[in-house]
Each structure stands twice: as structure tokens, then as C-alpha cells.
Design a protein around this ligand. Structure first.
Ligand code: BGC
Length: 495
């Protein structure tokens, strides 16, 4: 009986997971927030009550994980550290063609924009037509790796119909990177689906759950991996499926915009897991030496005072790893995105976007480099695999704060390497201020901005700092010498 209470509460509670719990969106930014806030109050009460009957941490302490556990991966002295930048197709690429013309395509997010549930994207950073501008900036910064994503809808604008010119251009991006000595890390799905997988009349059979999804996904993965394999050694099948599924099926903020659809949530987790595993198998078949990398959203959760039995906490840490637990064994590198930590309780969840001050980003996310150190330990002990931080960054107008944030998070990685954890790389989010989903162009994550006339990426000082760090820390163990220094103490009066 007690076991089943624990089981069901750990399954049902991610559900109130609210806009940003896993993914990081704020309810206060959401037009339907008042309704959700009302829903949230009784659910929070339920959290508190059920917390009293669930004193057990279902993941167990750091060090417990799926069994049998692989032998723990160890850092290899002298090995090169991957210094990268991450971007995503939808957030960077211009459409390049007008609606209805040849080459036109549409994603589920475009439907959301047309329904006025998300801000207009416009031409973003013109990355589709002016990729050389990105490449130029990457070369100047001196990154060794670059993570970008492929827009499935652009490649396959109608089911089974491929745009070969588009495929050639993506291959060209990978080739140009390689020619310039930068390793491409190709992400095959970064949040957006082709619009033909989104049935607005039947949201429960959309995207991950569309009857065509798995079959079309396998064909798409096959095609893109075959085409890019000559220039690519790293593939990330999916970006943060754990966060996206919560936002799509529980919080109703992302397509197919379903509210508290618990059954669909679990079906989508199953479907994305199966599709991840399919992709990993195909990648290995086509190019056995290529590395499969996971990209999960893993904030660091802490117990909150208004969570006496730890139920909310348990729920959140479960939400972090439910997907990863089922795919880690087919990954060569366990990659995860880390931005913040949170003590999830009703108050912190409701007040999140309102939080300001030097310990918070302009999105109200709590800055906590130590949380990254602890997350690395948890992930390293749980899965025993080499790890990468596939995204880490800060939305701020204050670039000195960005440098402070980056240095302190790198210092946390260095500390973990010193402790024997096998960290293979760090990717900052992101190259330039870009389209930040529901926040539109109002969250500044970039090391640069775009000059609207020349389309050049104009560096902020943080780009120069990142470049200096890369040059002076080429190997895994040299990263341990990055330390927060006196001048990186928290700054005053920051956004
Ligand atoms: C996503 C990015 C997003 C970033 C900042 C990550 O979770 O992968 O697409 O821009 O967070 O919110």
C-alpha cells in the first residue's frame, strides 16, 4: 500500500510541474497563468499532505542508480576538453522563403505563433542564409566544438517528401565546421516538430504521439545521419525531451498544449525513449565510431521547507531522470543542460519570475554553480559514463555577470574533475542573443548580438573572456585550474 502511494505520487506529481520546473518557463510569463495559479493552490496543498506519507527519496542518495551499474568512467589525463557553444535551428535560422513558395515549411511552433500563444520569430539570426557569420564568430572565439540542430520540418516539409537542397545545406554546415577545425555536434531534434505531426483537432495524437511519428523519425534520422556522417562524430538525438514533454502535456504551454494530461505525458516519455533508442542504434550502424550524446534538462533540486515529506523534491528529481534512466545505456556521453537550482515548494514556484538580485538571472532562475558540482556527482555516480555540459548560460543584460556566471560554473566542473569525475566538455548557451521561445527576443543569453545591417555577430566582452579561457585550458585536467577569483565575487546591483 505504502509502496503504491510512493509510486503513484512520484508519477503524478511531476505533473504539476508548472511551466518551468523541468524546462524553465515562468508561469508569470504565460497568458493562462491565472487559471494555472488557481489549479496550483489545491495541488500544492495535496503536495504538502501527501508529502507526509512519503519520507523516502525514491532515487536514493547520491551514488544509487540503475543496476547493474557500469564501471565508473575515469578522466584520461592529457585528453582534450571540448569547448563548445550550443545553438538551435528554430532559435537561429531565418525561414529564407515566403509562405507558399518552394522550400516553405512549417513547424508546430509556427502554429503556436499563428494562434498568438507565442511571440513572432521573424528571421531570428539569419543563420540559414548567413551561416558564415556564425562560423566566423566561432573561429574568432576559438571553440573546438559547435552544437547546432537540424529542423526536421525543413528537411521533410511533407511526410515522406524530402528537400534535397536543404539536406545539402546542412551537410555543408557540418563540412565547413570540419574544414575550420571545429567538431560539429548535431542535434536531431531541438523542441520543434513538423507541423504535419500536429493535429490541432486531436492534440492527444500529435507530435511524439502521432501515428506517423516513429516511422517518419527513423527515416529522417537515417537520412540525415547518412548525409552528415562524413563530417560528424557527435550526434545528440534529442534536446531536453524530459523538459519539453512536461511543458507540452502538463503545463499546456508548448504544442500540443495539453493540461495535466498525465496519461499522455507517460506515453510521450515512452515514445521519445523509443525514438531516442532507435536513433542511437541507427547512428551506430551508420558510423560505429560516432558518439551518441544525451541532452537532458537537469536543474539541481533542493528540499524546500514547505515540503515536509520531501514529496515535491522526490517528484522533481524523478522528473529529471525518468527519460535518462531509459536511454543512458545507449549513450557514449551523458550530456546535460544545467542552468539553475531550485528549492521547489509552492512559494518558490509561484514567485519564480518575480525574483531579482545578484543571485538570480533576468528570468528569475537562481544562480548556483555549486548545484552544478553536485549534479555532476549525482549523474557521474548514477550512470558511470563520461559527461558533458551541453548547455549552460545566463539571461542578463549585464555582461560582467555573464562572465562571473561562466567562470564560477567552470570552476565547479574543475572541482568535479579533481574529484575524479569524467567531464569531457562544456558548451555555453549561446553564441548570440536569440529567439528565446515564449520570451521572444527579451532574454539575453548571447556572447554577442547581431548587427541588423551587416548581420555580423558583435562580441560582448564575455566572448573575449571565453576565448581566453579556451586558449589557456586545452586539456581536461587544466580545467581544474579555473577558479573563481576575488573579482568574481557576486556583483552588486545586477539584473
Ligand atoms: C533550451 C534552449 C533555451 C535555453 C534557455 C534550454 O533548456 O535547450 O532552447 O534557449 O534552455 O532557456
Amino acid at each position: 500500500m505504502r509502496k503504491s502511494v510512493i509510486f503513484w505520487s512520484s508519477r503524478i506529481l511531476p505533473l504539476v510541474n508548472l511551466p518551468r520546473i523541468l524546462y524553465g518557463r515562468s508561469i508569470l510569463m504565460n497568458r493562462t497563468a491565472p487559471m494555472k495559479t488557481l489549479l496550483l493552490l489545491p495541488l500544492s496543498a495535496a503536495f504538502l499532505l501527501s508529502g507526509c506519507v512519503n519520507p523516502i527519496d525514491p532515487l536514493g542518495p547520491i551514488g544509487k542508480g540503475p543496476m547493474p551499474r557500469p564501471a565508473k568512467s575515469k578522466p584520461h589525463p592529457g585528453e582534450k576538453f571540448a569547448w563548445g557553444i550550443s545553438t538551435a535551428s528554430y532559435q537561429y535560422e531565418d525561414p529564407a522563403v515566403k509562405r507558399g513558395q518552394k522550400g516553405d515549411f512549417s513547424t508546430d511552433w509556427d502554429i503556436l505563433v499563428s494562434q498568438k500563444k507565442a511571440p513572432e520569430k521573424g528571421n531570428a539570426l539569419y543563420t540559414w542564409t548567413k551561416f558564415e557569420k556564425d562560423l566566423d564568430a566561432l573561429k574568432k572565439i576559438g571553440v573546438t566544438h559547435y552544437r547546432f540542430s537540424i529542423e526536421w520540418a525543413r528537411v521533410e516539409p511533407k511526410p515522406g517528401v524530402y528537400d534535397e537542397e536543404v539536406i545539402r545545406r546542412y551537410v555543408g554546415m557540418a563540412r565547413r565546421l570540419k574544414e575550420e577545425g571545429i567538431e560539429p555536434v548535431i542535434c536531431l531534434w531541438h523542441f520543434t516538430f513538423p507541423a504535419w505531426l500536429y493535429d490541432t483537432k486531436n492534440p492527444g495524437q500529435s507530435n511524439w504521439l502521432h501515428p506517423l511519428a516513429r516511422e517518419r523519425w527513423n527515416a529522417y534520422v537515417n537520412k540525415m545521419v547518412r548525409a552528415t556522417a562524413p563530417y560528424t562524430n557527435y550526434y545528440a538525438p534529442q534536446n531536453e525531451p524530459n523538459g519539453q514533454i512536461t511543458t507540452a502535456y502538463i503545463v499546456a504551454q508548448w504544442p500540443p498544449c495539453m493540461t495535466l494530461a498525465f496519461g499522455h505525458y507517460w506515453k510521450a516519455i515512452d515514445a521519445s525513449t523509443a525514438m531516442f533508442r532507435d536513433a542511437a542504434a541507427r547512428i551506430k550502424k551508420i558510423k560505429p565510431s560516432a558518439k551518441v550524446v544525451s541532452v537532458e534538462a537537469l536543474p539541481w533540486w533542493q528540499r524546500a521547507p514547505l515540503d515536509p515529506g520531501g514529496l515535491i523534491y522526490n517528484t522533481m528529481i524523478h522528473g529529471n531522470v525518468d527519460h535518462l534512466d531509459r536511454v543512458y545505456d545507449v549513450c557514449d556521453i551523458v550530456g546535460f543542460n544545467y542552468y539553475y537550482s531550485q528549492a521547489p515548494g509552492p512559494i518558490s514556484l509561484l514567485s519564480e519570475n518575480a525574483r531579482r538580485g545578484h543571485n538570480f538571472t533576468m528570468m528569475g532562475w537562481r544562480i548556483d554553480p555549486d548545484g552544478l558540482y553536485k549534479e555532476i556527482r549525482r549523474v557521474g555516480d548514477r550512470y558511470g559514463k563520461p559527461m558533458m555540459i551541453t548547455e549552460n548560460g545566463i539571461a542578463t543584460k549585464n555582461d560582467a555577470k555573464r562572465v562571473w556566471y561562466m567562470r564560477n560554473h567552470l570552476a565547479a566542473i574543475g572541482r568535479a574533475i579533481r574529484d575524479g569525475y569524467d567531464m569531457r566538455g562544456y558548451f555555453t548557451w549561446s553564441l548570440a542573443d536569440n529567439y528565446e521561445w515564449h520570451f521572444g527576443y527579451k532574454a539575453f543569453f548571447g556572447l554577442s548580438t547581431m548587427d541588423p545591417k551587416t548581420y555580423d555577430r558583435v562580441f560582448k566582452p564575455s566572448a573575449g573572456k571565453f576565448s581566453e579561457i579556451i586558449k589557456s585550458h586545452p586539456t581536461l585536467e587544466s580545467v581544474t585550474t579555473i577558479g573563481p577569483q576575488a573579482n568574481f565575487a557576486p556583483l552588486k546591483k545586477q539584473q
